[in-house]
Design a protein around this ligand. Structure first.
Ligand code: WTA
Length: 677
């Protein structure tokens, strides 16, 4: 333990450096139309009313059969919500809206090239396309309830259609972020045992049409070496018939969806009646060890939670045009582009490209053209938009009533620009703190009830009861003192387990503060989020950063061990250590320290090779800011790498006392190399 403690360099140790500020209040116009304005809601969702309070969310959905137990704790801590209930997510996001709203737009798909038309897909059209693709998945790909399928696709309407078609059949989708490498995709294929991979030919990114199908070929090859055979690759075509990228197809394995679909035109598929606790999807996320964790989300509980929070926290009404800029390949996109907004019959925007391409006005032109009135993005995008086009929003005629930020702490300065320029001083803002594991928001203000406070995520949302514990399991009650934020109670959006690894699930999230491992009482199982936080006297939480070996780059989680393992694949590398560095746009970026095997020379070319190896194995988002080829790693006498010291050097902070190290002289050399001092 002693060694582990000195060794750690976590995000929380280079925590946010600002203070939270005063309150901001939404306009009376906003409050006049808000879904939730009654302060009594917090009492309704108090622990005294737990777990029944969450039936308010479940009742927003249509069930084939109602549940008989709200929360079943018999397999603690794998909670089962709305047990006995039967439901289908695809039905709830599409079919039930047809009677009154079939001609309403469900999805506005905005291609990156501005010369291309926006595709406005009505609920009826979505129904037709989801049914036809579900028929193809069932009858051509042979997929059935409970099977897993890996989906590696860019931001297109077809990605949402794919997910909803899987949900219709009860097939568990595992969507891999389109920017991830074939290696990362293959890991997820193997772990989820998918025998079908769904891909796309190509997509636009910053003006270039990228060949994407090529990634599927490599992923299938790598997965096979890992023991999982993919026998079908289904390839959607971005440009059927005129694809300008090479898409070589393997006979008998690869099929163009657009061609095969012709056999299923007009087909309708009865939605599968799923148990509430049947898994809807897997979403992999980084953890402290090299292997990503497959977070398994339920059907009934998850859908209820994302519908409820979309309605109350994001204030989505059916008549709203809602644009969340996240990628559907992350949890935010699953919950708050696809399932939440569509369950509420809103119109959801899917934008293919980069928010700042071809210029800083692009996002605001989209907002103007589609008359978007709810906007959702991450601090990293806000910082980038502010940097290159601080005055751009004012040039466009759009009006947001509500804006969300998610993924990392937002600096008060950036928050204020978002409020003043992007929101034109009219929009309510919610800073939402949550995680892949959680399904939906955990902390945020509820704009119709609780004022906003820049620099602070806010209190637990209705039904979420956070608590801060110190290292010894005592509650931190004093305002402003940091500790580990936990949630005292289960909630319906919470993941059910790590796919195929219940022990890791219990160990990672519950073991630390569990009061009694044999207990079947939820009160004994606080959920450890893995973030450091402080609480203010008003009950608002500030999130400081990760307490584990995870770095949050542009709001995306990367395991330091994942990056280190990728570096170690390069033959010349003896040791690798990754530390987070503060970055003005991305929040944090990884710095990579490398000690070479004896006999190899430190050259620029070798540093580049190591950097390339990481992009190849994980994806470009993991690219180190800098690869430092150092003569040796600073180590404790027991031989552990002192990441804390490297972290301090990278962030230009005091390295503290290093005299107890085995090799303090190397610290001086590294410091000079990195800081020039
Ligand atoms: C961080 C994204 C501060 C946090 C939905 C968390 C935040 C991790 C915020 C989860 C926020 C997310 N303020 N930090 N509003 N939102 N985080 O799984 O460290 O990709 O643990 O889920 O992002 O990232 P994930």
């Amino acid at each position: 333990m002693g060694d582990k403690k000195v060794e750690e360099t976590t995000e929380a140790q280079i925590a946010v450096h600002w203070q939270e500020e005063g309150y901001y209040y939404p306009s009376t116009k906003f409050i006049g139309q808000a879904n939730l304005t009654d302060p009594a809601v917090y009492d309704r969702f108090s622990l005294d009313n737990f777990p029944d309070c969450f039936t308010e969310y479940a009742k927003m959905l249509d069930w084939y059969k109602p549940w008989n137990t709200v929360l079943d704790t018999s397999d603690a801590p794998c909670w089962k919500w709305f047990k006995g209930g039967l439901i289908n997510a695809s039905y709830n996001c599409i079919d039930r809206h047809l009677e009154k709203n079939k001609n309403k737009t469900a999805i506005h798909f905005v291609p990156e090239p501005e010369s291309e038309r926006v595709d406005h897909i009505t609920y009826q059209e979505l129904y037709v396309r989801v049914n036809e693709f579900a028929a193809l998945l069932r009858d051509f790909a042979g997929l059935k309830r409970g099977d897993r399928v890996t989906v590696h696709m860019p931001m297109t309407a077809e990605l949402a259609i794919t997910m909803l078609a899987c949900a219709r059949l009860g097939v568990i989708h595992s969507v891999v972020f389109g920017g991830f490498s074939p290696n990362a995709c293959a890991d997820r294929i193997v772990d989820s045992q998918s025998r079908v991979l769904i891909s796309m030919d190509a997509y636009y990114r910053s003006g270039t049409l990228l060949n994407h199908k090529i990634n599927a070929d490599d992923a299938v090859k790598i997965a096979k070496n890992g023991g999982q055979v993919v026998d079908k690759v289904l390839v959607w075509q971005r440009y059927p018939g005129k694809s300008s990228t090479e898409t070589p197809m393997v006979a008998g394995r690869d099929f163009f969806v657009n061609e095969e679909l012709k056999n299923y035109y007009g087909k309708r598929i009865e939605p599968e009646k799923m148990l509430a606790e049947d898994p809807l999807f897997l979403m992999y996320t980084s953890g402290t060890t090299g292997k990503p964790k497959g977070c398994q989300h339920s059907t009934g509980g998850y859908l209820a939670y994302v519908a409820g929070t979309s309605k109350y926290i994001q204030d989505i009404h059916p008549e709203d045009v809602y644009w969340c800029m996240a990628d559907i390949g992350w949890i935010t996109g699953h919950s708050y582009i696809v399932y939440g907004p569509l369950a509420l019959c809103a119109s959801s925007v899917i934008y293919e490209g980069v928010p700042t391409y071809p210029d800083a006005g692009r996002s605001w032109r989209i907002a103007q053209e589609l008359d978007v009135n709810i906007f959702h993005t991450a601090p990293t995008a806000i910082r980038a938009l502010r940097k290159i086009g601080p005055d751009e929003p004012a040039k466009y005629n759009y009006h947001f009533k509500h804006m969300t930020t998610v993924g990392e702490p937002i600096e008060p300065e950036v928050w204020k620009w978002y409020q003043r320029e992007v929101g034109k001083g009219e929009a309510a803002i919610v800073d939402t703190w949550w995680q892949t594991e959680n399904g939906g928001f955990l902390c945020s203000t509820v704009p119709g009830i609780k004022p906003m406070k820049p620099g602070s995520a806010g209190p637990g949302v209705p039904g979420i009861h956070p608590i801060i514990y110190d290292e010894n399991g005592h509650e931190v009650t004093k305002a402003g003192i940091a500790g580990n934020i936990c949630i005292q109670n289960p909630w319906p959006g919470q993941f059910q387990t790590i796919w195929g690894d219940r022990d890791r699930f219990v160990e990672t999230y519950f073991a630390r503060y569990c009061k009694d491992p044999k207990s079947k009482d939820w009160r004994d199982w606080p959920y450890l989020a893995g973030d450091a936080a402080t609480k203010s006297d008003d009950g608002y939480y500030r999130i400081l950063g990760r307490i584990d070996d995870v770095i949050n780059v542009s709001g995306h989680r990367l395991g330091t061990k994942e990056i280190e393992s990728a570096a170690l694949v390069v033959n010349e590398v003896a040791e690798a250590a990754v530390v987070p560095v503060a970055h003005d746009i991305k929040g944090k970026v990884p710095d990579l320290y490398i000690a070479l095997k004896p006999g190899y020379e430190a050259t620029e070319a070798l540093a580049q090779k190591i950097s390339d190896a990481i992009c190849e194995q994980i994806g470009k988002i993991a690219k180190p800011r800098k690869v430092w080829l150092v003569p040796d790693m600073p180590k404790t006498r027991s031989g552990k790498i002192m990441r804390r010291v490297l972290g301090a050097i990278s962030n230009n902070k005091d390295v503290g006392d290093v005299m107890t190290l085995a090799n303090p002289e190397v610290v001086v050399i590294i410091k000079e190399m990195v800081t020039g001092k």
